[in-house]
Design a protein around this ligand. Structure first.
Ligand SMILES: CC(C)(COP(=O)(O)OP(=O)(O)OC[C@H]1O[C@@H](n2cnc3c(N)ncnc32)[C@H](O)[C@@H]1OP(=O)(O)O)[C@@H](O)C(=O)NCCC(=O)NCCS
Length: 168
């Protein structure tokens, strides 16, 4: 399967896939409106006209991205598609200059194979303030915080120097 950025005409299939798992309590539900508004964060696994999987790289702050809305169609499990989607999100995060990617998940061994490691929740306070604090599961959340550190930021000498007239 090809991993590629999501397009507007994928929204219906993405929504169906995420709703399938949201109904089982495996994922948080996403509305079509939310998916459309955050289309640029989404990647899909695609082959032969079928959307087999989806993942989102969500911006928590300028340094931290989060893999969320990760799902692979049930009949396509255990073929490496989930790992490819996560590694695609990680490569996008590197391009965007994030210092780390996090995931809050019950799929610990799966994320470990994707290069993540469990961390204390307190090490990602931005997640707590943006999402957890208002979540009804706050006091009995069974998700594990995991992170993958990314490459060192671009050295100063490689930065583009813009003419002063462009930076005013
Ligand atoms: C979690 C999820 C995305 C994984 O998707 P996937 O495509 O099955 O993932 P992969 O195929 O990359 O890896 C899954 C397992 O298959 C195994 N696998 C990968 N390729 C394989 C192959 N060719 N043959 C046999 N096994 C294989 C992996 O070793 C892995 O094993 P593990 O779970 O014991 O570590 C999928 O199970 C899913 O959609 N779950 C429901 C939603 C969900 O829980 N999302 C995560 C929320 S954070």
């Amino acid at each position: 399967m090809l991993i590629r950025p999501a397009r507007f005409d994928d929204i219906e299939d993405i929504h169906s896939l995420l709703t399938y798992y949201a109904n089982q309590g495996a994922l948080l539900p996403r509305s079509r409106e939310s998916l459309t508004a955050h289309l640029s964060q989404l990647a899909v696994a695609y082959a032969g006209g079928i959307i087999g999987g989806v993942a989102a790289l969500h911006r928590l702050d300028s340094q931290v991205g989060e893999v969320r809305s990760l799902a692979v169609a049930p009949h396509l499990h255990k073929k490496g598609i989930g790992q490819k989607l996560v590694l695609y999100a990680v490569s996008q995060a590197e391009l965007l200059g994030y210092q780390k990617v996090i995931a809050f998940t019950r799929q610990v061994s799966f994320f470990e194979r994707c290069g993540f490691q469990p961390v204390a929740r307190e090490t990602v306070p931005v997640k707590y303030f943006l999402d957890c604090a208002g979540c009804p599961m706050l006091t009995h959340c069974d998700e594990i915080a995991m992170e993958r550190a990314l490459l060192i930021p671009l050295p100063e000498q490689n930065r583009v120097e813009y003419p002063a007239s462009l930076t005013k």
